[in-house]
Design a protein around this ligand. Structure first.
Ligand code: HMG
Ligand code: MG
Length: 302
């Protein structure tokens, strides 16, 4: 299959990226990061997570963040909502899209959201209904679709089954997530092809963590089977608190560098993203994890 002319990049750094940071990142810093990402041209920024603050303390400032950001018309500012409590908080905060998040492996579902896959779907049902009633966009994330930190292999049909259940809840978009970054390109294509049997190809996205350095190859492999939405995190921030050892999402700067080289349109200004990555890395007191970002910064000062 020919590669797409255009892809949508969903920036998840302010949520997936920062949720794993041990030190408190003040709301003002998160707000500035989201504003910088807005200026870079993203059409969708995952900005907040309305989960239990006991489970993920870093996301406790989500309400403040959503209230403080400068919204650009047309940009979707998304928030994670595991249940009705989260949904109501997200609505009060003015989220444009809510994200329910399940898993393709039972073990990860239990560790991450404290219930079985079947129970999670029942928790998501009222959230999905409320989102539809209010005309809010509904996205679902399917974690551990390529492998699980607790149970190892995840059968293709387990992915297909959860994708079908999310479809039946009325999701507008479904993310196929490599939570621990273990996939390799052929495996990625097999999983994506299984998901494509259950849901519209233009509503499926690839969410790749880069633990084993395979994320860019997995994105390319996904494009070869027709996927054209990808998630990435500025400066490669992140990890999941319930997936030990898993590193951040693929770095946005690296994805943009690859897309630019391939002549695939993203609508995003790489230089502005590099600045945003530099800003957050300086705040965190470490070198950014984006190879392209670091190369561009080095070239600027050469
Ligand atoms: P639970 O303990 O089973 O839920 O947690 P509960 O309903 O029994 O509630 C227990 C307490 O949590 C109560 O407070 C509730 O009020 C509170 P208490 O009475 O003890 O003081 N609570 C909440 N507080 C704020 N907002 C809420 C909320 N819900 C309950 N929405 C629950 C179940 C799902 C809430 C919990 O397990 C949780 O918050 N988990 C968070 C997991 C998480 O955020 N993981 C990281 C995000 S997922 C991810 O990163 C993967 C992804 O990137 C894709 C990939 O890479 O795979 C998306
Ligand atoms: Mg993730």
């Amino acid at each position: 299959m020919k590669l797409p002319h255009k892809v949508k990049i969903v920036e998840v750094g302010p949520r997936d990226g920062l949720q794993n940071e041990k030190e408190d990142v003040p709301a003002q810093v998160k707000i500035e990061l989201v504003n910088r990402l807005t200026a870079a041209g993203f059409s969708n920024i995952e900005s907040a997570s309305f989960v239990s603050p006991k489970w993920v303390p870093q996301m406790a400032t989500s309400k403040e963040v959503m209230a403080g950001i400068t919204r650009k018309p047309g940009v979707i500012y998304s928030a994670l909502t595991p249940n009705m409590q989260g949904f109501e908080a997200a609505m009060e905060a003015g989220a444009d899209e809510v994200v329910i998040f399940g898993a393709a492996s039972e073990a990860f579902s239990q560790r991450n959201i404290n219930c079985s896959i079947a129970e999670s779907i029942e928790r998501f049902r009222p959230v999905a209904e409320a989102a539809k009633q209010r005309g809010v966009r509904l996205r679902a994330s399917v974690s551990t679709a390529f492998g699980c930190p607790y149970q190892g292999e995840v059968p293709l049909d387990a992915v297909g089954d959860v994708v079908a259940r999310m479809r039946d809840l009325g999701c507008d978009e479904i993310d196929i997530a490599d939570t621990i970054g273990v996939s390799t390109p052929r495996k990625t294509q097999a999983v994506m092809e299984r998901a494509i049997r259950e849901f519209r190809i233009d509503g499926l996205s690839g969410h790749f963590h880069d633990t084993y350095g395979q994320a860019l190859a997995n994105i390319y492999a996904s494009m070869e089977v027709g996927i054209a939405i990808f998630h990435s995190s500025v400066s490669g921030l992140g990890g999941c608190p319930y997936a030990k050892g898993a590193t951040g999402n693929v770095a946005t700067e690296d994805v943009l560098y690859m897309m630019n080289g391939l002549g695939i349109e993203t609508g995003i200004d790489l230089d502005v993203v590099v600045d945003a990555g530099h800003f957050i890395s300086q705040f965190l007191g470490r070198k950014g994890a984006s190879r392209a970002g670091n190369a561009i910064l080095a070239k600027r000062t050469a």
